[in-house]
Design a protein around this ligand. Sequence first.
Ligand SMILES: Nc1ncnc2c1ncn2[C@@H]1O[C@H](COP(=O)(O)OP(=O)(O)OP(=O)(O)O)[C@@H](O)[C@H]1O
Ligand SMILES: [Mg+2]
Length: 237
Amino acid sequence: MNNIQDEFISTVSHELRTPLTSIRGFSQTLLNSWDKIKDEDKKKFIGIIEDQSNRLINLVENILSVSKMNTTNQVLKKVDINSSIEKLVPMFSGQYKTRNFITRLHKNLPEARLDEDKFQQVMTNLIDNAAKYSEDGQNVTITTGISENMISIKVQDEGVGIRKEDFTKVFQKFTRLENHLTSKTQGNGLGLYITKQIVEKMGGQITFQSEEKKGTIFEVRFPFYNQEEALKCSQLS
Ligand SMILES: Nc1ncnc2c1ncn2[C@@H]1O[C@H](COP(=O)(O)OP(=O)(O)OP(=O)(O)O)[C@@H](O)[C@H]1O
Ligand SMILES: [Mg+2]
Protein backbone atom coordinates (compact mmCIF):
# COMPACT_ATOMS: atom_id res chain seq x y z
CA MET A 1 0.00 0.00 0.00
CA ASN A 2 2.86 2.37 0.84
CA ASN A 3 4.35 1.80 -2.57
CA ILE A 4 1.09 2.69 -4.22
CA GLN A 5 1.09 5.90 -2.20
CA ASP A 6 4.69 6.79 -3.06
CA GLU A 7 4.13 6.15 -6.72
CA PHE A 8 0.97 8.15 -6.53
CA ILE A 9 2.49 11.18 -4.95
CA SER A 10 5.30 11.41 -7.50
CA THR A 11 3.03 11.00 -10.51
CA VAL A 12 0.31 13.19 -9.17
CA SER A 13 2.52 16.10 -8.10
CA HIS A 14 3.41 16.39 -11.76
CA GLU A 15 -0.27 16.44 -12.72
CA LEU A 16 -0.92 19.29 -10.28
CA ARG A 17 1.49 21.56 -12.08
CA THR A 18 -0.38 21.77 -15.39
CA PRO A 19 -3.66 23.28 -14.14
CA LEU A 20 -1.82 25.54 -11.68
CA THR A 21 0.43 26.94 -14.39
CA SER A 22 -2.56 27.63 -16.57
CA ILE A 23 -4.51 29.32 -13.76
CA ARG A 24 -1.54 31.54 -12.94
CA GLY A 25 -0.89 32.39 -16.59
CA PHE A 26 -4.45 33.45 -17.37
CA SER A 27 -4.83 35.41 -14.11
CA GLN A 28 -1.60 37.31 -14.81
CA THR A 29 -2.70 38.12 -18.36
CA LEU A 30 -6.05 39.39 -17.11
CA LEU A 31 -4.48 41.53 -14.38
CA ASN A 32 -1.70 42.97 -16.52
CA SER A 33 -3.67 43.67 -19.69
CA TRP A 34 -7.26 44.12 -18.46
CA ASP A 35 -7.97 47.24 -20.56
CA LYS A 36 -6.56 45.76 -23.75
CA ILE A 37 -8.47 42.48 -23.67
CA LYS A 38 -11.82 42.20 -25.46
CA ASP A 39 -14.80 41.33 -23.27
CA GLU A 40 -15.38 38.02 -25.01
CA ASP A 41 -11.74 37.02 -24.42
CA LYS A 42 -11.99 37.99 -20.76
CA LYS A 43 -14.93 35.66 -20.45
CA LYS A 44 -13.04 32.91 -22.24
CA PHE A 45 -10.00 33.27 -19.97
CA ILE A 46 -12.09 33.26 -16.80
CA GLY A 47 -13.84 30.15 -18.14
CA ILE A 48 -10.45 28.45 -18.52
CA ILE A 49 -9.50 29.45 -14.97
CA GLU A 50 -12.75 27.95 -13.72
CA ASP A 51 -12.29 24.69 -15.68
CA GLN A 52 -8.74 24.29 -14.48
CA SER A 53 -9.76 24.99 -10.88
CA ASN A 54 -12.45 22.33 -11.11
CA ARG A 55 -9.90 19.91 -12.50
CA LEU A 56 -7.56 20.71 -9.66
CA ILE A 57 -10.22 20.34 -6.99
CA ASN A 58 -11.23 16.94 -8.32
CA LEU A 59 -7.63 15.80 -8.54
CA VAL A 60 -6.94 16.91 -4.95
CA GLU A 61 -10.12 15.18 -3.72
CA ASN A 62 -9.02 11.99 -5.49
CA ILE A 63 -5.56 12.15 -3.95
CA LEU A 64 -7.04 12.75 -0.52
CA SER A 65 -9.33 9.76 -0.79
CA VAL A 66 -6.39 7.52 -1.69
CA SER A 67 -4.26 8.77 1.18
CA LYS A 68 -7.16 8.48 3.65
CA MET A 69 -7.92 4.97 2.44
CA ASN A 70 -5.41 3.15 4.63
CA THR A 71 -4.42 5.69 7.25
CA THR A 72 -7.75 5.85 9.04
CA ASN A 73 -9.96 3.00 10.01
CA GLN A 74 -13.12 3.87 8.22
CA VAL A 75 -16.36 4.25 10.13
CA LEU A 76 -19.30 3.51 7.91
CA LYS A 77 -22.49 5.36 8.79
CA LYS A 78 -26.16 5.51 7.85
CA VAL A 79 -26.46 7.49 4.60
CA ASP A 80 -29.53 8.59 2.69
CA ILE A 81 -28.30 8.01 -0.86
CA ASN A 82 -31.07 9.99 -2.56
CA SER A 83 -30.47 13.18 -0.64
CA SER A 84 -26.72 12.81 -1.03
CA ILE A 85 -27.24 12.67 -4.81
CA GLU A 86 -29.66 15.61 -4.74
CA LYS A 87 -26.98 17.72 -3.05
CA LEU A 88 -24.46 16.86 -5.75
CA VAL A 89 -26.36 17.24 -9.02
CA PRO A 90 -26.81 21.06 -9.02
CA MET A 91 -23.01 21.42 -8.99
CA PHE A 92 -22.80 19.45 -12.21
CA SER A 93 -25.65 21.31 -13.90
CA GLY A 94 -23.63 24.47 -13.20
CA GLN A 95 -20.40 23.04 -14.55
CA TYR A 96 -21.85 21.24 -17.59
CA LYS A 97 -24.60 23.59 -18.75
CA THR A 98 -25.07 21.79 -22.09
CA ARG A 99 -25.97 18.39 -20.62
CA ASN A 100 -29.38 17.44 -19.22
CA PHE A 101 -29.09 15.89 -15.80
CA ILE A 102 -32.02 13.65 -14.93
CA THR A 103 -32.54 11.91 -11.59
CA ARG A 104 -34.80 8.89 -11.08
CA LEU A 105 -34.75 8.27 -7.36
CA HIS A 106 -36.40 5.21 -5.77
CA LYS A 107 -39.04 6.48 -3.30
CA ASN A 108 -38.52 3.99 -0.45
CA LEU A 109 -34.82 3.53 -0.72
CA PRO A 110 -33.36 2.02 2.47
CA GLU A 111 -30.30 3.69 3.99
CA ALA A 112 -26.83 2.56 2.96
CA ARG A 113 -23.81 1.79 5.13
CA LEU A 114 -21.20 4.22 3.85
CA ASP A 115 -18.82 7.07 4.32
CA GLU A 116 -20.73 9.95 2.73
CA ASP A 117 -17.67 11.95 1.64
CA LYS A 118 -16.27 8.95 -0.17
CA PHE A 119 -19.65 8.19 -1.71
CA GLN A 120 -19.79 11.76 -3.02
CA GLN A 121 -16.33 11.33 -4.51
CA VAL A 122 -17.46 8.13 -6.25
CA MET A 123 -20.53 9.87 -7.68
CA THR A 124 -18.46 12.90 -8.69
CA ASN A 125 -16.07 10.73 -10.70
CA LEU A 126 -18.91 8.84 -12.41
CA ILE A 127 -21.07 11.88 -13.19
CA ASP A 128 -18.04 13.85 -14.35
CA ASN A 129 -17.11 11.06 -16.79
CA ALA A 130 -20.69 10.71 -18.05
CA ALA A 131 -20.83 14.44 -18.82
CA LYS A 132 -17.28 14.66 -20.14
CA TYR A 133 -17.51 11.73 -22.55
CA SER A 134 -20.78 12.82 -24.12
CA GLU A 135 -22.00 15.64 -26.35
CA ASP A 136 -24.04 18.84 -26.04
CA GLY A 137 -27.74 18.24 -25.49
CA GLN A 138 -27.34 14.64 -24.33
CA ASN A 139 -28.82 13.24 -21.12
CA VAL A 140 -26.98 12.04 -18.05
CA THR A 141 -29.39 9.95 -16.00
CA ILE A 142 -28.84 8.97 -12.38
CA THR A 143 -31.07 6.18 -11.13
CA THR A 144 -31.29 4.72 -7.63
CA GLY A 145 -32.91 1.40 -6.79
CA ILE A 146 -32.48 -2.01 -5.25
CA SER A 147 -30.62 -4.78 -7.03
CA GLU A 148 -29.24 -8.13 -5.83
CA ASN A 149 -30.07 -7.24 -2.20
CA MET A 150 -28.03 -4.08 -2.36
CA ILE A 151 -28.61 -0.42 -3.04
CA SER A 152 -27.89 0.34 -6.66
CA ILE A 153 -26.93 3.65 -8.22
CA LYS A 154 -26.62 3.88 -12.00
CA VAL A 155 -25.07 6.71 -13.97
CA GLN A 156 -26.04 6.47 -17.62
CA ASP A 157 -24.87 8.58 -20.55
CA GLU A 158 -25.53 8.67 -24.29
CA GLY A 159 -21.96 9.51 -25.22
CA VAL A 160 -18.95 8.03 -27.02
CA GLY A 161 -19.06 4.72 -25.20
CA ILE A 162 -16.18 2.32 -24.61
CA ARG A 163 -14.83 -0.18 -27.12
CA LYS A 164 -15.00 -3.88 -26.15
CA GLU A 165 -11.24 -4.24 -26.49
CA ASP A 166 -10.75 -1.44 -23.94
CA PHE A 167 -13.04 -2.95 -21.28
CA THR A 168 -10.12 -4.41 -19.31
CA LYS A 169 -8.29 -1.06 -19.18
CA VAL A 170 -11.10 1.04 -17.73
CA PHE A 171 -10.11 0.72 -14.07
CA GLN A 172 -6.33 0.87 -14.59
CA LYS A 173 -4.60 3.90 -13.11
CA PHE A 174 -3.36 6.73 -15.31
CA THR A 175 -5.12 5.16 -18.29
CA ARG A 176 -7.18 7.23 -20.70
CA LEU A 177 -8.79 5.44 -23.64
CA GLU A 178 -8.64 6.56 -27.25
CA ASN A 179 -11.77 8.31 -28.48
CA HIS A 180 -12.42 11.58 -30.23
CA LEU A 181 -13.16 13.30 -26.91
CA THR A 182 -10.02 12.26 -25.01
CA SER A 183 -7.82 14.90 -26.60
CA LYS A 184 -10.48 17.60 -26.23
CA THR A 185 -11.11 16.92 -22.54
CA GLN A 186 -9.01 17.13 -19.38
CA GLY A 187 -8.20 14.13 -17.27
CA ASN A 188 -5.52 12.12 -15.53
CA GLY A 189 -7.00 8.66 -15.96
CA LEU A 190 -7.24 8.38 -12.20
CA GLY A 191 -10.93 8.78 -11.46
CA LEU A 192 -12.12 5.24 -12.11
CA TYR A 193 -9.09 3.58 -10.55
CA ILE A 194 -9.73 5.48 -7.33
CA THR A 195 -13.48 4.97 -7.58
CA LYS A 196 -13.09 1.19 -7.70
CA GLN A 197 -10.75 1.22 -4.71
CA ILE A 198 -13.11 3.34 -2.61
CA VAL A 199 -16.21 1.37 -3.58
CA GLU A 200 -14.65 -1.99 -2.73
CA LYS A 201 -13.15 -0.70 0.50
CA MET A 202 -16.70 0.18 1.61
CA GLY A 203 -17.97 -3.30 0.78
CA GLY A 204 -19.51 -2.26 -2.52
CA GLN A 205 -19.22 -3.32 -6.16
CA ILE A 206 -18.78 -1.46 -9.42
CA THR A 207 -19.65 -2.69 -12.92
CA PHE A 208 -20.35 -1.14 -16.30
CA GLN A 209 -21.98 -1.79 -19.63
CA SER A 210 -21.09 0.16 -22.72
CA GLU A 211 -21.54 0.29 -26.44
CA GLU A 212 -19.44 2.44 -28.74
CA LYS A 213 -21.28 5.59 -29.88
CA LYS A 214 -24.39 4.57 -27.92
CA GLY A 215 -23.30 5.30 -24.38
CA THR A 216 -22.30 3.84 -21.07
CA ILE A 217 -23.88 2.80 -17.78
CA PHE A 218 -21.78 2.59 -14.64
CA GLU A 219 -23.46 0.88 -11.69
CA VAL A 220 -22.31 0.91 -8.08
CA ARG A 221 -23.94 -1.24 -5.39
CA PHE A 222 -23.61 -0.81 -1.63
CA PRO A 223 -24.83 -2.83 1.36
CA PHE A 224 -27.94 -1.74 3.27
CA TYR A 225 -27.39 -0.15 6.67
CA ASN A 226 -29.87 -2.51 8.25
CA GLN A 227 -30.17 -5.67 6.20
CA GLU A 228 -33.44 -7.02 7.72
CA GLU A 229 -35.40 -3.79 7.74
CA ALA A 230 -34.22 -3.04 4.23
CA LEU A 231 -35.45 -6.36 2.93
CA LYS A 232 -38.94 -5.80 4.39
CA CYS A 233 -39.02 -2.33 2.94
CA SER A 234 -37.88 -3.45 -0.50
CA GLN A 235 -40.60 -6.11 -0.57
CA LEU A 236 -43.27 -3.49 0.15
CA SER A 237 -42.17 -1.07 -2.55
N1 LIG B 1 -18.83 7.37 -19.26
C1 LIG B 1 -17.79 7.12 -20.06
N2 LIG B 1 -17.96 7.04 -21.41
C2 LIG B 1 -16.91 6.78 -22.23
N3 LIG B 1 -15.64 6.59 -21.81
C3 LIG B 1 -15.41 6.65 -20.49
C4 LIG B 1 -16.46 6.92 -19.55
N4 LIG B 1 -15.92 6.92 -18.31
C5 LIG B 1 -14.61 6.67 -18.48
N5 LIG B 1 -14.30 6.51 -19.77
C6 LIG B 1 -12.96 6.21 -20.34
O1 LIG B 1 -12.15 5.62 -19.33
C7 LIG B 1 -10.97 6.40 -19.11
C8 LIG B 1 -10.64 6.38 -17.62
O2 LIG B 1 -11.60 7.14 -16.88
P1 LIG B 1 -11.11 7.94 -15.62
O3 LIG B 1 -12.27 8.61 -14.99
O4 LIG B 1 -10.29 7.04 -14.79
O5 LIG B 1 -10.09 9.01 -16.25
P2 LIG B 1 -10.32 10.48 -16.85
O6 LIG B 1 -11.76 10.87 -16.77
O7 LIG B 1 -9.69 10.49 -18.20
O8 LIG B 1 -9.44 11.38 -15.88
P3 LIG B 1 -9.78 11.83 -14.37
O9 LIG B 1 -11.00 11.10 -13.92
O10 LIG B 1 -8.57 11.44 -13.61
O11 LIG B 1 -9.99 13.30 -14.46
C9 LIG B 1 -11.30 7.80 -19.64
O12 LIG B 1 -10.15 8.50 -20.06
C10 LIG B 1 -12.24 7.47 -20.81
O13 LIG B 1 -11.49 7.19 -21.96
MG1 LIG C 1 -12.76 10.69 -14.87
